[in-house]
Every structure is written in C-alpha cells, then in structure tokens.
Design a protein around this ligand. Structure first.
Ligand code: ZN
Length: 254
C-alpha cells in the first residue's frame, strides 16, 4: 500500500480503508525564527520529512500509512520576540491534538503517530499533556517519540545531544537536504559556531533564545552542515517514528 495523504482522499475512500491497519501520521512543526540563514518553517519541513520517511517504512511493513496535514503553529516562547515567529498558547495545541485524536477514534482509526520537530519546552509539554489525555481516554493508540528523551536522543548527532540544537549543524543539514533553495548559503558559511546549550539554558531557568546566548536565534555550527548528514538524519528520524509505532502496537492497552 503506497503512502497516502488524508487530505487528498474522499470520505468514501477513507470509509473503504481498513482503519484498524492504518497509521494516521501527524507532522507537527512551528513558524519560528531559525537563525539568519534558515526559513521560519524549518521545523515544519523537518516534521514532514520525518513523517514521510516513517510512513514509507510502515508502508513496507504492510501498514496503510496516511499522512495528515501538518500542524504548523505551535507554542514558541523562546523565539517569540523574533519577527515572524507565531507562537500559540500551549493549551490551544493540547486541545487541537486531543480533538484530532477524538475524531480519528470516531472514525475507527486505531493509531495516531506524532512526528514532531519543534523542541521548545512549552511545546513538548503541551504535546505530552495531550498524549497523556488521549491515552487516558483509551479510544485510540498514540505513538509519540519525543526525540529529546531516551531512548531516541542518544541516537541523534553529537551536536543535537550537546543541546546546541537549534538552527545549527543538525537542523541546517536537514534543510540543505530538503530545500537547499531556502537556505541562505552565502550567509550560512560565515556564521561563527555558538556552542551554548539550550538544554543547559532551560535547566537554568532561561526563557528565550536571547537569554540563552543566541541573539541571532541559532545555536551550534550551521557552517559545518552537510547535505549528506541531513539525508542520514531524515532516514534516522523515519526509523525512530517507525520503531515508536511498532512499540505502541506491541503494548497491550487495558
Ligand atoms: Zn527547529
């Protein structure tokens, strides 16, 4: 079964789908400042690439992988002061996710898989709150690999694990692989590395990229990004999503 996009189908086509063998895959990104060299939609592009890579792997396992339209608005308080960042209230995201899961359950879908690429702590907390609520309701399974946590984080690149993981080598490599024409290449190669760790800043109670030592909204080393690293990270993110789905399907639900 090839990967399909839910938005492209008719209601009758969805009605004829074996929804108990389907995975509804929801990419979640943000419109958020990503350095002077990457587009605001960086996390949207990464989430969509993760969702598609995971969908293709699930499809080869015989599942019916259905891509949902991306959620492109998200809580982004760390970047909220940078022009173009459009930050949502955390509760608004949680409500949307729970409602989407409710609708999927109503139409007999068995599984929602979340491919998230935006890492602001308020955003991660809003997703986790929704996942907890969806699991408590018990009407649809939800697979959600939080890539900032074990067991997933240790498999990602050294820069990502250092916490300097915003618009640096990690994310820039992915956008170079996906949409090179959206990267400001002549500027990228001149950007000095910024080794400040966002995870350390968050632990220290800092609340914005500027406070965390990122006055231009990037951390890490954009100048070291490569298309090859971007391609391999996308494949790995797809594997992570696939594994999270298989773990969820293996989990017995009460
Ligand atoms: Zn990002």
């Amino acid at each position: 079964m090839p990967v399909r996009e839910l938005a492209q189908l008719t209601w009758q086509e969805v009605g004829a789908t074996d929804r108990e063998r389907a995975a509804a895959i929801l990419p979640i990104g943000a419109l958020e400042a990503h350095g002077p060299h990457l587009p605001l939609a960086t996390d949207v592009l990464i989430a969509e690439a993760m969702a598609r890579a995971g969908a293709e792997k699930l499809s080869t396992r015989g599942m019916d992988a259905l891509l949902l339209p991306t959620l492109a608005y998200a809580p982004a308080p760390f970047a909220a002061d940078f022009p173009g960042t459009l930050s949502l209230e955390a509760a608004a995201l949680t409500t949307q996710l729970v409602s989407i899961a409710d609708s999927l359950a109503r139409h007999d879908f068995d599984l929602l898989a979340i491919a998230n690429a935006h890492l602001d702590p308020a955003h991660l907390a809003a997703i986790q709150a929704a996942v907890t609520e969806i699991r408590q309701a018990g009407r649809v399974r939800v697979a959600y690999p939080d890539v900032t946590q074990r067991p997933w984080a240790p498999r990602l690149t050294a820069e990502f694990r250092s916490g300097a993981c915003h618009a640096g080598r990690y994310e820039t490599s992915i956008i170079m692989a996906l949409r090179p024409e959206w990267v400001h290449e002549t500027l990228r190669v001149t950007l000095p590395p910024n080794a400040r760790s966002l995870s350390a800043a968050i632990a220290a109670g800092q609340k914005s990229f500027v406070e965390a030592g990122g006055p231009r909204a990037y951390f890490g080393s954009p100048g070291e990004a490569t298309t090859d690293e971007g391609r391999s990270t996308i494949a790995l993110l797809g594997t992570i999503l696939e594994e999270a789905v298989m773990l969820e399907l293996a989990r017995s639900v009460g």
